[in-house]
Ligand binder design. Structure first.
Ligand code: FE2
Ligand code: FE2
Length: 258
């Protein structure tokens, strides 16, 4: 980061390597995202991948994602989504903990602190924050109360008002407990997430909650049906630009190939 330039945290989400939805190849989608990121005038300083990295959680899928992301030349900071398996994810990305312990961890990015909070419930599509994870987060945030922090999770702590996603959302109790923790930690500037395969902005405890598109397929905007359907909307990624204590989140669509 040069003087006067913002620190750029790149976020991609829901790469779903190994999926075959609607005959779309997720590897191709990641390749296209990487190409679009490399075509930017500015190089991101750090990379977050906010869950559902793979469809099946196999070591091969994680290895392939590492390979596909290698041209970015950034260490991927990752957290599990409901399609991931903690064991192989840990192995591939050197995350702390063992077996079915939550894979939550903190990364010091220099200007920013990135807190990755594991929101998954193994075997379920929806997410939850139990007492243990809430206590871990409270303690992790208390370690650096004055350092600008981004909180990342897979399941966004918001009500999307879309019945399809409310079915597989973060449980309300976890969202409420999280709001209580955030009340004590004003250094958390933003909560960023994936899972919903589209952009949503909401707020929790006075902080913006932002979800980013998938690099793969996007979910249709639908406030009336329980079924999640895919829409031909463009994939995308986010750049969180941090400068002088403030954070601006840009959602950048990825243009289809010409
Ligand atoms: Fe997903
Ligand atoms: Fe998900």
């Amino acid at each position: 980061m040069s003087d006067g330039a913002p620190y750029l945290l790149l976020q991609i989400s829901d790469t779903h390597l190994g999926a075959n939805w609607e005959d779309v190849d997720p590897d191709e989608s990641v390749l296209r995202a990487v190409e679009a990121i490399l075509a930017l005038d500015d190089r991101p300083d750090a990379l977050l991948v906010s869950g559902d990295l793979t469809q099946n959680g196999t070591p091969e899928e994680y290895a392939r994602l590492r390979e596909l992301l290698a041209p970015l030349d950034l260490e991927p900071h990752v957290l599990p989504g409901n399609h991931d398996l903690r064991g192989p994810l840990r192995e591939a990305f050197g995350l702390p903990g063992e077996n079915e312990e939550p894979a939550s961890h903190v990364v010091d990015l220099g200007p920013l602190r990135l807190v990755c909070l594991d929101s998954i419930v193994p075997g379920a599509e929806g997410g939850a924050l139990d007492e243990g994870r809430i206590e871990w987060l409270d303690a992790a945030l208390a370690e650096e109360p004055r350092k600008a922090t981004v909180l990342a999770m897979h399941h966004p702590p918001l009500r999307s008002e879309m019945p399809g996603f409310e079915r597989i959302a973060l449980a309300a109790a976890g969202r409420e407990a999280l709001a209580g923790v955030l009340d004590r930690h004003p250094q958390v500037l933003r909560i960023v997430a994936g899972h919903v395969h589209r952009t949503i902005v909401a707020e929790l405890a006075g902080r913006a909650v932002v979800t980013v598109p998938s690099t793969y397929l996007q979910a249709a905007l639908d406030f009336s049906t329980e079924r999640i359907t895919m829409a031909p909307d463009p994939p995308g990624f986010a750049i969180h630009a941090f400068h002088d204590g403030t954070l601006a989140t840009h959602i950048q669509p990825i243009a289809p190939p010409r």
